[in-house]
Design a protein around this ligand. Structure first.
Ligand code: NAD
Ligand code: LMR
Length: 444
């Protein structure tokens, strides 16, 4: 029979800087993933409205048959929805800035998803994402949620534990971005031309095999390139890449050297070279300041331009790896394609010598029943040690939130590879408790 379904999609975190990219990708891909309805939900109506007003113009010009609505009302937002694309930032950039700056003041890496900053953000995100899951289950129990909200590792561990049967799939665009770079390095069109094996935790993983569609091994060529240039492609490819990302992609050369049998995720630089990272950080101007000056300014500036001109015909908003990945995932679930893609899911044997209850990032086949994990075999000794330690940090962070436990949170901070000792961990923690008083449970 002819499949004439059309889908209803909700973007939760409609005010996110990533929303216009997703809208563009959806509008460009209506032949593969047809929409009947697009909704935005955010708890900051004013921020969301700036993106929504521009989106309304885009839709009117390109696909007026799609019903569009932006709301701050959970019932209105989550009713009659097939897919939720979640990308919230609880505490927004103001809190992210503190996540970065408080540790740096103590000589420790200050980063969105890594170390004390990542744990602090985790304790804010857990209730925010759980709330979205509960709204979805209440108003659209058959829907799927694809969640980008960070820190994905801690959020995924929390949803594994607190909402084990919910239809949330936690995802990350970092390996996707890197695989697009790998494709460019070997002269292929994009990541979909690569077949890969990858394992680890979120922001903490390694590729063990990469071939082309014909099965030719691409690892030797990639390793040769990465050992010199990291994942930096340069030229037109990297026009517009921000300074901090240039440094991160280049630093992957040094991260690679620690284990020349695999290719690393870029985020491992924070764990392997923390003193280098701190030395190259400015405690008064961190990634948040760069995002506010660059991405946020560009996105909100372009929305305003569209609204002021009353047209989006000449907009430079375009699809990117972040937006195409989430739309590809929805398409794979909607049409049961069993496409092979990464997700952050309960291990349950995917990495055979790692705790089955760890939340790991591995390739899965995506179909109408969700992700089916592929077996990646054993982690090598080096990776096993790293993963076991970091996963314990993530579990302790969730324990601390559930049990309101100061001690568990202190343990999480001090076990973290990038924190030199328990005293410094405590100093950072005590400062973060004050900074996060509107978001964290009161710790005992
Ligand atoms: P942003 O601050 O621009 O947007 C986030 C939006 O979420 C804001 O409009 C905010 O008002 C809203 N929000 C906050 N708390 C909310 C809540 N409880 N309910 C509803 N809405 C809420 O952030 P951004 O930089 O665009 O990033 C969005 C999210 O995506 C972040 O969590 C970021 O870390 C994440 N991200 C993930 C990946 C990945 O690969 N997993 C990649 C990039 C960004
Ligand atoms: C962002 O704000 O862009 C992050 O989600 C990742 C990064 O670039 O720091």
């Amino acid at each position: 029979a002819k499949d004439d379904r059309k889908f209803s999609v909700l973007i939760a975190g409609g005010g996110s800087t990533y929303t216009p990219g997703i809208v563009l990708t959806l509008l460009n891909g209506l032949d593969k993933f047809p929409l009947r309805k697009l909704k935005f939900y955010d708890n900051d109506g004013e921020r969301q409205k700036k993106i929504a007003d521009a989106t309304a113009i885009l839709i009117k010009e390109r696909a007026p048959e799609i019903e569009f609505e932006a709301t701050t009302d959970p019932k209105e937002a989550f009713t009659d929805v097939d897919f939720v694309m979640a990308q919230i930032r609880v505490g927004k950039y103001a809190m992210r800035s503190l996540d970065e700056k408080i540790p740096l003041k103590h000589g420790v890496v200050g980063q969105e998803t890594t170390g004390p900053g990542g744990i602090a953000y985790g304790l804010r995100s857990i209730p925010g994402v759980i709330e979205l899951v509960d709204y979805m289950e209440k108003y659209s129990p058959n829907a799927w949620m694809l969640n980008y909200s960070n820190p994905a590792a801690i959020v995924a561990e929390a949803t594994r534990r607190l909402r084990p049967n919910s239809k949330i799939i936690n995802i990350c665009d970092m390996p996707i971005d890197i695989m697009d770079r790998m494709a460019a390095i070997v002269g292929l069109k994009d990541r979909n031309d690569l077949v890969f094996r990858y394992y680890g935790l979120n922001h903490f993983g390694w590729w063990t095999e990469i071939t082309d569609k014909q099965g030719n091994d691409l690892m030797p060529q990639l390793k040769e390139y990465v050992s010199k240039n990291g994942y930096w492609v340069g030229g037109d490819y990297d026009k517009g890449t921000e300074a901090s990302w240039e440094s991160t992609f280049k630093k992957a050369a040094d991260v690679y050297k620690l284990d020349p049998t695999t290719l690393p995720n870029t985020y491992l630089k924070y764990y392997m070279y923390p003193s280098w990272v701190v030395k190259h950080s400015d405690p008064n101007y961190t990634r948040t300041d760069e995002v506010e000056a660059h991405r946020q300014k560009l996105v909100f500036g372009e929305c305003k331009r569209i609204v002021d001109n009353g047209t989006a015909k000449d907009t430079d908003f375009k699809p990117d790896e972040h937006s195409t990945y989430i739309v590809d995932l929805c398409t794979a679930i909607a049409y049961n394609t069993h496409q092979r893609m990464l997700a952050i899911i309960p291990n349950e044997g995917a990495i055979s010598n790692i705790d089955p209850t760890a939340t790991v990032e591995v390739p899965c086949l995506f179909g109408s029943n969700g992700p089916e994990r592929l077996s990646m075999g054993k982690a090598a000794t080096y990776q096993k040690g790293m993963i076991t330690e970091q996963n314990s940090v993530e579990k302790l962070a969730v324990d601390a939130w559930v049990e309101h436990s100061y001690t568990k949170l202190w343990q999480a901070f001090s076990l973290c590879k990038i924190v030199p000792d328990a005293g410094i961990a405590k100093d950072i923690l005590d400062e973060m408790i004050v900074a996060n008083k509107d978001f964290w449970p009161e710790l005992k």
